[in-house]
Design a protein around this ligand. Sequence first.
Ligand code: NIG
Ligand code: FE
Length: 431
Amino acid sequence: MKQIDLLLTGIGSLYTPEGTQPRYGEEMGRIRETTGAAVAIEQGRIALAGKEDEVIATLAGIHIAETIDAGGRMVTPGLVDPHTHLVHAGSREHELAMKRSGVPYLDILAQGGGILSTVKSTRTASEQELYDKAGRSLDEMLLQGVTTIEAKSGYGLSLETELKQLRVSRRLHDTHPVDVVSTFMGAHAVPEEYKGRSDDFVDLVIRDMLPAVAEEGLAEFCDVFCEEGVFNVEQSRRILEEGKRFGLQPKIHADEIVPLGGSDLAGEVGAVSAEHLLTTTDQGLSSLAAGNVVPVLLPGTSFNLGLSHHARARDMIDKFRLPVALSTDYNPGSCPTESIQLIIMLASLNLKMTPEEILTACTLNAAAAIGRAGDIGSIEPGKRADLTIFDAPNLAYLPYHFGINHTFGVIKNGTPVAWNRTLTEKGGIAR
Ligand code: NIG
Ligand code: FE
């Protein structure tokens, strides 16, 4: 240690999972709690974390450039949101009445609405318009305590418009404090011009889109909406296998509405994660466990679709020892919210996860779902100094006191980007 750039003192309680691998099953409940803690940061990374008096004693003789007092507040790793459809244009409140009257999600899509409605607006929007809108959502996520997200394409569904979305994600990653990890999801829906010809559209994704995305280095992951009336298991397999040839790691929207077998496929193709999983069978869960796939649960989506069933988080954790992660699924249709804290509440209410499991699912396991458990997701020496400071007395308070934002401040790569509930001059987009 040459010098400490930032010392965060006065932490009432520091909560963190530990390690550089996802936490499985009952390990998800193991959270290290340190009261009266401090974190020392050097060059954007954590140098030391522990009891304040011990940290200060270890730092004797080392120059400390800046000290900030957390005022007795609670600190966790910066939250990670591993499944969002961040970049899109328009909104779909015009479908609200239809949804509330009971028209199913897939029926709205089949009528040319839903995802296809957002495709229309996204195709005509300029890169700048997409950037500005997504940037505002990213600010919102940051103010919720989120420091890294994943963002999927899939509202262009043509070569140029998919590339446009992914370029916006990359520009946001480069200019906004929140890290944006990109996923190519050209197979999010079958566009109007390919209606009834989904195999031809799959050919287009494979022949034209995958090579172009890989050539420009625009994505790390490839995702498919494997669902009845969208892409079947065989089509999904083709896309994910071809994606691997182009260096894109597979992810899959699986068993959201109909249990088609997307989870089995996730295990077979070695997917990094499988998402939704509202209707997954025991066989599907076994396949996820055998394939080391991270299940990403999206309780905001089942809530907002008004479903009475939820992902089987307790079985996943208790019976199948899976490393469950949580995410907003932020998108303009099934889950229009940037609020990870709403998801924390719903994970407690509907998934029956404990506050400790929820923290692991929103940090280390969420990081694992985007291949970053070695770099973020816990407060330990060597990891990126991404920290969220909450105005909350303890961990259980987050799912307990719901509907408000508990985040007081956020430190990203060692820099305070939000403080006293507002973005600092280092927060937001560099405009
Ligand atoms: O993850 N299910 C598919 N995709 C999104 C919804 C996209 C939309 O409705 O615009 C999801 O829920
Ligand atoms: Fe999604």
